[in-house]
Write a new protein. Structure first.
Length: 138
């Protein structure tokens, strides 16, 4: 079973996720980041947004995935509730993200996240468990 936890970092914060597959760990990574942006209990799965990312390796994939989601949040106000991630080809992520657009009457932004960084990014697989760690610039 997958999940996520928040990492404390000197001047930033981070997210660590895990799952039985890289896809599951990437989905939990996104949910973890959005739990820092807004209370997940206030976000409903009202809209669906397709997201795709191409990257040269799994570390770049994790960082680029979060940065693409941050772009969608900043440009469109999208708040993620859940997502299904598929690695459709080597270096290619396709995701269907459920959530809704920011409603100031119902959603309070908890943390402004500037970007996902490559600082101390880690993607590992051991004993049928994928783990990802990404530091976020806040």
């Amino acid at each position: 079973m997958g999940g996520f936890s928040i990492l404390e970092h000197t001047a930033d914060t981070g997210v660590q996720s895990w799952g039985a597959s890289l896809e599951e760990a990437l989905a939990w990574l996104a949910k973890g980041m959005f739990s820092l942006l807004a209370d997940p209990d206030t976000v409903e799965a009202r809209q669906s947004v397709a997201v795709s990312v191409s990257a040269r390796d799994s570390e770049s994939m994790a960082v680029d995935w979060l940065n693409e989601l941050l772009y969608r949040h900043e440009a469109e106000g999208f708040l993620l509730k859940d997502c299904q991630v598929i690695l459709s080809a080597p270096g290619r992520l396709e995701a269907e993200c459920q959530g809704e657009f920011l409603d100031p009457a119902r959603h309070q932004i908890l943390t402004v996240i500037k970007a996902a960084t490559y600082h101390q990014v880690q993607v590992t697989a051991e004993n049928n468990q994928w783990r990802i760690q990404v530091v976020l610039d806040v």
